[in-house]
Design a protein around this ligand. Structure first.
Ligand code: DX5
Ligand code: ZN
Length: 229
């Protein structure tokens, strides 16, 4: 099966005083998604930003807005995130009390739907919702902060999910988030991830050069086949 690899710079690590420029620089350099981390201080220890920031950068870029909700009761806010410009909304399995319902709500609004799993959450949390999903986000750190190191046990988790998706014939995006840089990128790509979030590895130093370097690695992985997993 052909694969489409996508780089999703996380604006959590961007310079907020020039956020509009930051997002247009990474899009121009070739990143197709913009990963937008919403943190509420309850599901995760930290607080990031919410709807007003997302609405204001919507006009700065036509990148796909990949909104990662690290919030409790995400079902209460789907309509508002859709209205402020989200193209894809990912909720945590650990945070949504009625996961299947919130996925359907996202889909009915014409958006892409994703579910994120914390490192300790088993893949079988997805058993009865996988066919509804466009994307699964395998957290490769515990959510809450940028700049944490990749958790090595997650490589096998990614591989198991890609194998399962291929066995079921699902064209599933597998996104990875946390500690992704040019050293860990080959591990996750080889394991079958195809949407790669990177915060500090993109927004530290020369943004465009960082994007090109990561896209260069991603280009080497062109397809999936079951025997590789
Ligand atoms: C972590 C966030 C990540 C974060 C990744 O809770 O979900 O998206 O920005 O940052 P890096 O790439 O620096 O690990
Ligand atoms: Zn994220």
């Amino acid at each position: 099966m052909n694969r489409k690899n996508i780089l999703a710079p996380s604006i959590l690590a961007a310079d907020f005083k020039t956020l509009g420029d930051e997002v247009s620089i990474v899009k121009k350099a070739g990143a197709e998604y913009l990963h937008i981390d919403v943190m509420d201080g309850a599901f995760v220890p930290s607080i990031s930003f919410g709807m007003p920031v997302i609405s204001s950068i919507r006009s700065a870029t036509d990148a796909l807005f990949d909104v990662h909700l690290m919030i409790v009761e995400p079902e209460k806010y789907i309509a508002e995130f859709a209205a402020c410009g989200a193209d894809s909304i990912t909720v945590h399995a650990e945070a949504a009390r009625h996961l299947q319902r919130v996925i359907c709500d996202i889909k009915e609004r014409g958006l892409r739907a994703g579910v994120a799993l914390n490192p300790a959450t088993p893949l079988n949390a997805l058993d009865y919702v996988l066919p509804y999903l466009d994307m699964v986000l395998i957290m490769t750190v515990n959510p809450g902060y940028g700049g944490q190191p990749y958790i090595p046990e997650m490589t096998e988790k990614i591989r198991t999910l890609r194998r399962k998706a291929l066995e079921l014939g699902l064209d599933l995006d597998i996104e990875v988030d946390g500690g992704i840089n040019d050293r860990t990128l080959p591990l996750v790509l080889e394991a079958g991830a195809n949407v790669c979030v990177a915060g500090s590895a993109v927004f530290g130093g020369d943004r465009a050069a960082n994007v090109w370097k990561m896209l260069g690695v991603m280009e080497r992985y062109t397809e999936y086949s079951l025997q590789d997993f």
